[in-house]
Design a protein around this ligand. Sequence first.
Ligand code: ADP
Ligand code: MG
Length: 322
Amino acid sequence: MGEFELIRHYFAAASCARAGEGVALGIGDDCALLELPVGEQLAVSTDTLVEGVHFPGNADPFLLGQRALAVSASDLAAMGATPIGFILALTLPSAEPDWLQAFAAGLDRMAQQCALGLIGGDTTRGPLSLTLTVFGRVPRGQALTRSGAQVGDLLCVGGELGDAAGALPLVLGQCQLPDAIAEPLLARYWTPQPQLDLGVALRGKATAALDISDGLLADCGHIAAASGCALRIELARLPLSAALLAAAGPVAAARHALSGGDDYRLAFTLPPIHLAALQQAGWPICVVGDVVAGSGVQLLNEAGVNIEQPRSGYQHFGKPSD
Ligand code: ADP
Ligand code: MG
């Protein structure tokens, strides 16, 4: 199968490649053309997933397609952006029809779920790697950046943390657990749910936001640094799922929530005045701490004592001290 036939058969023919809102021209020309409503800004983000680094070799292609797009779409959620479309740069060792069919189906499933149209891409031969670039729109000035946290804000997250990190030993085949525990953890690893609607609901309310990809501690450090304040996390307030507690026990579960990656929940700072209305509207918002004067991230035990050791999330090119 030649490159053009491959693109046509698996990608241009996918239902997510049909022209949608905001897409004036999709796959097939030299560029796609996007249409932005007056007064809106284009939000753009790209993520690369490399086999053996971001996902195990021989990963299920359907799950991989779903996860790759979810990871990228989560960045739109973190900006409070409405999804428009995405570009797929795919590097493949060979064109295996079964693999491509399943991968495209997984991608299509997540694209439909996120209302993201496939608007173009690039297809090359080489070690398996996926680069997805997502495009969204947000009213001018309303994007949720990392830099607006204010002293007195609450530190909130969009639901339970640590399940994806808790699933990693299962993903790598290092352990086995009863289905009732394993399934919800694996679902959070393979099909993270980008919190796109929550991001939009937080426009004009949250003062800073991001999606948690490297663990709560490391990612809160980014908000603290960008906003010029300190974030305090209360250990006792970490939302932990029953499955994670059953799989890992309370100590490791908290460690997964704080330092494990891959949750793709939103973390954001919120003036307290907005909390009740958002929670009453049904948004899954858990308060885990607050914003104070200072710098960095503090982790408070039940006595209110800071027990945080300097640490960081996963970094590809060594430690931050290097
Ligand atoms: P060009 O030579 O202009 O780079 P390509 O031959 O790479 O164009 O691609 C032809 C068309 O197919 C373009 O519109 C491109 O965006 C699209 N395309 C290529 N690869 C993919 C892919 N993996 N998924 C979706 N669209 C793709
Ligand atoms: Mg090209």
